[in-house]
Design a protein around this ligand. Structure first.
Ligand code: SAM
Length: 221
């Protein structure tokens, strides 16, 4: 049961890995075409399979909450700091002040939204309250894996406060069908107050029943 709903998230670290890797490589290529050098926040780093396929040649920082995986990550990428903690908490505690992050990877089992919300919140008033002073980035890219579509299929996500404005706009019965648009609007609504406009967007449905969304949002200030 999850929020009283009889469904469960498929906890495979690298389900749909082919789609994930292709999308990330495309996003990285775009960033480099426009002359930016990626500095990656690998916020749900797992055992680093995506890192090995996508980020090996770049600088960055990894977060992973499972200790055993952190040891594996640290030995795999000696030049990257590895934080063994909860990602939204690390963002609140100022990871953006310490590193010039312009490429954020939220490869979650479930929903990436808490991390993404915290990321943008840390650029505004809330960030000031938390003592965060983000390193300014004119271009920002986020790639994410979002299992929220599964909840959209079962309940329309009306029970989760962050989705309520979108449930009102799209209707609970259409949240699953419209979930890629919902995700795009959510990113735009979070990025706008931080001064970013969406300029690149790709969302792919994947997984056994197409309930998983893998997306890339490229934004500019
Ligand atoms: C889908 S896997 C990531 C796979 C990884 N990208 C790779 O290439 O191997 C999700 C990972 O997020 C970690 N995780 C879950 N919740 C987390 C949190 N709140 N903060 C940090 N890591 C978390 C899990 O332990 C798991 O290793």
């Amino acid at each position: 049961m999850r929020n009283g709903v009889p469904y469960k998230i498929d906890k495979l670290d690298n389900a749909n890995v082919g789609e994930k890797i292709r999308l990330r490589r495309r996003a990285l290529r775009r960033l480099m075409e426009i002359g930016s050098v990626p500095f990656v926040l690998d916020a749900y780093a797992g055992y680093g399979r995506i890192w090995a396929q996508c980020y090996r040649d770049f600088d960055g920082v990894a977060i992973e909450k499972v200790e055993e995986k952190c040891y594996a990550l640290a030995s795999m990428r000696p030049t990257w700091p590895v934080y063994c903690t909860d990602s939204p908490s690390a963002i609140k505690q100022g990871i953006l002040s310490r590193f010039p992050i312009n490429f954020v990877d939220c490869d979650t089992y479930g929903a990436p939204w808490e991390a993404i919300e915290t990321f943008f919140a840390s650029m505004g008033h809330q960030g000031q309250e938390w003592g965060v002073e983000p390193v300014f980035q004119p271009r920002l890219d986020i790639v994410a894996t979002d299992g929220g579509g599964l909840g959209a299929r079962f309940t329309g996500l009306w029970e989760l406060p962050r989705f309520q404005p979108y449930v009102q706009r799209f209707g609970a019965a259409r949240m699953f069908e419209r979930y890629p648009e919902v995700a795009k609007e959510m990113i735009q609504d979070l990025a706008r107050p931080a001064g970013y406009e969406l300029v690149d967007w790709i969302a792919l449905r994947c997984g056994r029943d197409k309930s998983m969304l893998v997306f890339w949002a490229g934004m500019q200030c």
